[in-house]
Design a protein around this ligand. Structure first.
Ligand code: UDX
Length: 463
């Protein structure tokens, strides 16, 4: 007869302590589990063990120190040690992009093989990284192929939906918890792990009855493993689609003298549409949406589905940056030797992450045009300085956006940091060579900007 639960009070291992793994590890520790994390990058693991968060995320440093001090979170000195100490292992390693757009699953394969080769007891291996449909079945094959004698594995899929910049909030306030499982025992083990999050229960007090009842909690979506993988890819592709959709509507607004922010408001009040992810601008970036839509397109094509719809969602997004450059040229004509202040480098506010940031793509194009760049970002400047774009000789960095606007020909708002709203624009206007603000994120109020005397252009309004 099948076991009712695989592990009662499991020790939890987290492989990969990045933007997904670290908040997940700390969240699970904070709700009462014993969690051991590991990362292949030794220096990063060491920093985390010392209480230094490796990236900016609101509340992350405090949460790290709190859970190291409580003794519930620790960092293993090797991946093997973390595997040995755990019953349930969440795989949170990276799934970067191959040149053809497909997901590079070599870190996932490596994690599966390493788990198999170093496990002396049975384990539940939970795929948390975003992966194309059927990846967990490949992990299962790998685990079987390299397993030691008498050691058994199960796989499960538990995709992560947390957003950067609100990662911890999202962990503690999930809209849904998707559990792709192959057995009752795996399902019950994962329900047990997540129960303290929903029921304010201590892990040691969870009863069988509570686990049984948790199944009917509508936060849990319990599926087979393939469906769980698809939920994640389809969700991110849908979010990307919403953004490209509203950006195309913005283009129509510009040509017809309408206002996209009002169109978005009018559409979004319909609960079937919803108001989120209808902010027109420079397009979507980050480590997830651009990569996931490409990987979803590729896996669909590999399976013989015509994915041209999703390909176009990506193409619309890529064109956003060129459109902003065209608007800048439309105003300033030749860009060479003009001084442009760019506010915002991060792919969105609340993070120092610049991966696939539309602002980075914009900066690259401005460099190609040989402008003088005045750069400001509240959090991401150090990250920028580590990239090859920082080798361009004509860049100045400013910690204060006001200072960055001295004698510039234009300010471009490339990331919608809320602090850019409360800057003293009257002062800025007088300091600029020419008072032109190109608001690529529709952050500011156009009427107020025109009242102050700016030449102001947003996206899909007042062109
Ligand atoms: C995304 C998903 O939201 C999250 O569920 C998943 O787990 C990881 O991928 P994240 O990458 O943190 O999260 O960023 P998100 O908040 O989704 O924003 C992505 C990009 O879209 C940003 O560049 C943002 O500026 C842009 N965006 C978002 C818009 O251009 N318009 C919008 O209306 C919303």
């Amino acid at each position: 007869m099948e076991e009712k639960i695989m592990f009662d009070n499991p020790n939890i291992g987290i492989l990969g302590l990045g933007h997904v793994g670290l908040p997940t590890a700390l969240g699970l520790a904070d709700i009462g589990w014993n969690v051991i994390g590991a990362d292949d990058l030794k220096s990063k693991a060491q920093d985390i063990a010392n209480g230094d968060a490796p990236f900016y995320e609101p509340g992350l440093s405090e949460m790290l120190i709190k859970n190291i001090n409580s003794g519930r979170f620790s960092v293993a000195s090797s991946v093997e040690e973390a595997i040995d100490a755990s019953d349930v292992i969440f795989v949170c390693v990276g799934t970067p992009q191959n040149d053809d757009g497909s997901a590079d699953l070599s870190q996932i394969e490596n994690a599966g093989r390493t788990i198999a080769q170093n496990s002396n007891t049975n384990k539940l291996v939970v795929e948390k990284s975003t992966t194309p449909v059927s990846t967990s079945l490949r992990i299962k094959d790998t685990l079987r192929r390299y397993a030691k004698e008498n050691v058994e594995f199960e796989v499960a899929v538990n995709p992560e939906f947390l957003r950067e910049g609100t990662g911890l909030y999202d962990f503690f306030n999930p809209d849904r918890i998707v559990l792709g499982v192959e057995s009752e025992a795996a399902k019950n083990t994962l329900l047990q792990i997540y129960l303290p999050l929903l029921a304010q229960t201590n892990p040691s007090d969870i009863s069988d009855k509570e686990i049984y009842e948790a199944k009917s909690n509508d936060k849990f979506v319990i599926t087979d493993v393939n469906t769980a993988e698809l939920i994640k890819h389809a969700s991110n592709s849908f979010l990307a689609t919403k953004i490209s959709f509203i950006n195309l509507v913005a283009d129509i607004c510009e040509k017809s003298g309408s206002d996209v922010s009002k169109v978005a408001k009018g559409m979004g009040l319909d609960p079937r549409i919803g108001s989120s992810f209808l902010q027109a601008g420079l397009g979507f970036g980050g480590y997830c949406l651009p990569k996931d839509i490409k990987a979803f397109t590729k896996i669909g094509e590999d399976l013989g589905v015509d994915m041209s719809f999703f390909r176009e969602v990506d193409n619309v997004n890529i064109r956003r940056v060129d459109q902003i450059i065209d608007k800048l040229k439309g105003k300033l004509w030749v860009l060479r030797d003009k001084t442009i202040a760019v506010w915002g480098i991060a792919f969105k506010p609340g993070t120092d992450d610049i991966r696939e940031s539309p602002a980075m793509a914009l900066i690259e194009k401005l460099i190609e045009e040989e402008v003088k760049l005045n750069l400001h970002d509240p959090k991401a400047m150090e990250e920028f300085k580590r990239t090859s774009l920082s080798e361009y000789s004509n860049i100045e960095y400013f910690t204060d956006p006001i200072d960055s606007s001295n004698n510039v020909d234009a300010i471009i708002i490339a990331t919608d940091w809320p602090e850019f709203k409360s800057v003293d624009y009257k002062n800025i206007k007088d300091a600029m060579q020419y008072p032109f603000v190109l608001d690529a994120r529709n952050l500011l109020n156009p009427v107020e900007m025109l009242d102050i005397g700016f030449d102001y252009i947003g996206v899909g309004r007042y062109s």
